[in-house]
Design a protein around this ligand. Structure first.
Ligand SMILES: [Zn+2]
Length: 382
């Protein structure tokens, strides 16, 4: 179905889409009755109307004033499909064309901040990890996530299409060392000829055979020159994993949040890699950044960041209280699994194996806070 561009000079007609895994975004309408003067150009049907207000539309269609659209998109308040993004750019240059990048494949969360979802061996119900290419000339790829051959080919093809538009990949970065974030690192480094970079704690922990340069630290800035210049700031956020970095697009306010927040499923804080006290501290650190949108590794864009982050902190603290209540009510020293019927009464039994890990992480934090103690026979409240 050819994409339609319906414009009145000041406004453009877009169709809202919100099918997973990419989340909400605005696309060019694909079908519908013709309402204006039609001009066929390559793959595109362009319709010009006298005045948008004479053509009321119903959801998922909506008219967007071009000025407001560009402003909202620039602040990462709305995401556009690759097709819609290329047309919005084209209207600004008075040259409406479609870039040779398929609309289904990617979205632009803000100008030149592109995301696709790739299939990965991740924690269900999530099945995908979001992968990003950021920059209008110099660019960086974030999350070389997939080990799947056909998905890697799709990524290489996508980046190749972007490179054909004048983009040069300078580096491939990962938020943290988990397999659903780095397992395509070697293949993509070889295919795309760009160095792998991460925080030293991530570089130390990546699976054998994957070597990241330990060149990113808290506060590192990746400056990407081009028509839409971007500065990405690395923000150290341990708790889910040591050395976990989020990346803030300082221009749009979009925060690439890795596994600090989940759009699908939940964030596992597992003793060993994870630390509940640090995780809560990192969530509060993110809340202080004043980001405009949270872009998690799994699922769609989340807004507004302040409320999303506050709910995450509240949710963890509420669970901590339940774990402490369960521990206090337990007559004898308890193992994490003993506390689940009370602390996780609201969760299905299928979630209990992971809940036991999370409970242990809460107990370690409670010990740190002086509210619980680990004895030889199990955990006790103090
Ligand atoms: Zn992870």
């Amino acid at each position: 179905m050819p994409a339609r561009v319906v414009i009145d000079g000041r406004a453009i007609l877009l169709a809202r889409r919100d099918d997973l895994p990419l989340g909400e975004r605005w696309d060019l309408p694909r079908d519908g009755d013709t309402i204006g003067v039609v001009e066929q150009r390559d793959e595109l049907v362009i319709e010009r109307v006298e005045s948008a207000s004479e053509h009321p539309v119903a959801p998922p269609l909506a008219w967007h004033t071009l000025d407001a659209l560009r402003a909202q998109w620039g602040r990462a308040e709305i995401a556009l499909t690759a097709d819609a993004a290329s047309v919005v750019r084209g209207i600004a240059r008075d040259a409406i064309v479609l870039a040779p990048i398929e609309g289904e494949t990617s979205i632009e969360i803000a100008p030149s901040l592109r995301m696709i979802a790739v299939r990965t061996p991740t924690l269900p119900p999530a099945q995908h990890t979001n992968l990003f290419v950021i920059g209008s000339r110099d660019a960086v790829l974030i999350e070389p996530a997939t080990p799947d051959r056909s998905e890697l080919d799709r990524v290489a093809e996508w980046v190749g299409a972007l490179e054909a538009t004048g983009i040069t990949l300078r580096a491939i970065a990962a938020t943290h060392h988990h397999v659903d974030h780095v397992s395509g690192a070697r293949a993509l480094r070889d295919a795309l000829a760009a160095p792998l970079v991460a925080h030293p704690e991530t570089a130390r922990r990546t699976p054998r055979g994957i070597t990241f340069e330990p060149s990113l630290a808290d506060g590192s800035r990746i400056v990407l020159d081009g028509g839409e210049p971007i500065t990405l700031r690395a923000v150290l956020t341990p708790g889910h994993a040591p050395g976990h970095l989020c990346f803030l697009d300082e221009r749009s306010g979009a925060l690439i949040a890795g596994d600090m927040i989940a759009g699908v499923g939940t964030i596992l804080v597992e003793p060993g890699d994870g630390d509940m006290a640090l995780y809560l501290e990192s969530l509060r650190r993110l809340a202080a950044l004043d980001a405009r949108a949270i872009v998690p590794a799994h699922g769609g864009v989340m807004r507004p960041p302040g409320i999303v982050l506050e709910r995450y902190v509240e949710h963890r603290l509420a669970r901590e209280r339940r774990v402490l209540d369960a521990l206090t009510a337990h007559a004898t020293p308890a193992r994490p699994g003993d506390l689940l019927p009370m602390a996780y009464a609201d969760a299905p039994r299928s979630a209990w194996p992971l809940a036991a890990l999370s409970t242990e992480a809460h107990l370690i934090k409670l010990e740190h806070d002086g509210r619980a103690k680990r004895t030889e026979r199990g955990w006790v409240a103090v």
